[in-house]
Design a protein around this ligand. Structure first.
Ligand code: PRP
Ligand code: URA
Length: 209
């Protein structure tokens, strides 16, 4: 079973409050999502492997650490996942970015795929799927399915807010995928929105409705 990790760093929790606030402007919402993505990726990369190298300082030669192992592939789910891309790239600028375009049909709540473009070397990378919202889990599951159909493995999922229903759906469909969230909320309402949530993440990021 994939594990659920809650990133409970005080800075993340503080900023998440203003992300939730309905009075937060589009400009501030975008900036806060970007900042929280940076803070979350800092937390979730704690366990990436290091290797020792020699570095020549102005004084002497020292043994020092650099990151080793596989490079990162960042997979935002369009459109709202785009709001987290720059925040992650601030800390991992060499990551390649693959896009999976999905929208949720308003009636059925089923994800509809409209775009997929992945890096050529996607099979050689550790993958981080990003989307602010994990509601029914349909979109995250569909995006992970897109990756697995192409032979990808070593996938993690990072979201700002999850509903228990979405966590359960991803854990059942993809038990190999760990999930990282800033908050686990109460439930979904009758329209499939997370309660208390933040509303529609894409609309709040881009000022649409
Ligand atoms: C939102 C959100 C997720 C999805 C979550 O996207 O960004 O992708 O809903 O819901 P689910 O877990 O029930 O699938 P939306 O479909 O509104 O598209 P958008 O990002 O283009 O606004
Ligand atoms: N998508 C969103 O943007 N918000 C929700 O609460 C659920 C799905």
């Amino acid at each position: 079973m994939g594990q659920l990790f809650i990133c409970d760093h005080p800075l993340i929790q503080h900023k998440l409050t203003y992300i939730r606030d309905e009075n937060t402007t589009t400009k501030d919402f975008r900036a806060l999502v970007d900042e929280v993505a940076t803070l979350m990726v800092y937390e979730i990369t704690r366990d990436i492997p290091l290797e020792q190298v020699d570095v020549k300082t102005p004084v002497t030669t020292a043994k020092s650490n650099v990151i080793s192992g596989r490079m990162l592939g960042l997979i935002p789910i369009l459109r709202a996942g785009l709001g987290m891309v720059d925040g992650v790239l601030k800390l991992i600028p060499a990551a390649k970015v693959g896009h999976v375009g999905l929208y949720r049909d308003e009636e059925t709540l089923q994800p509809v795929e409209y775009y997929v473009k992945l890096p050529k070397d996607v099979l050689e990378r550790d993958l981080l799927v990003i989307d602010p919202m994990l509601a029914t889990g349909g979109s995250a599951n569909a995006a992970i399915e897109v990756l697995k159909k192409r032979g990808c493995s070593r996938i993690k999922l990072m979201c700002l807010i999850a509903a228990p229903e979405g966590v359960k759906a991803v854990q059942e469909a993809h038990p190999d995928v760990d999930i990282y969230v800033a908050a686990l909320d109460s439930h979904l309402n009758e329209h499939g929105y997370i309660v208390p949530g933040l509303g529609d993440a894409g609309d709040r990021l881009y000022g649409t409705d």
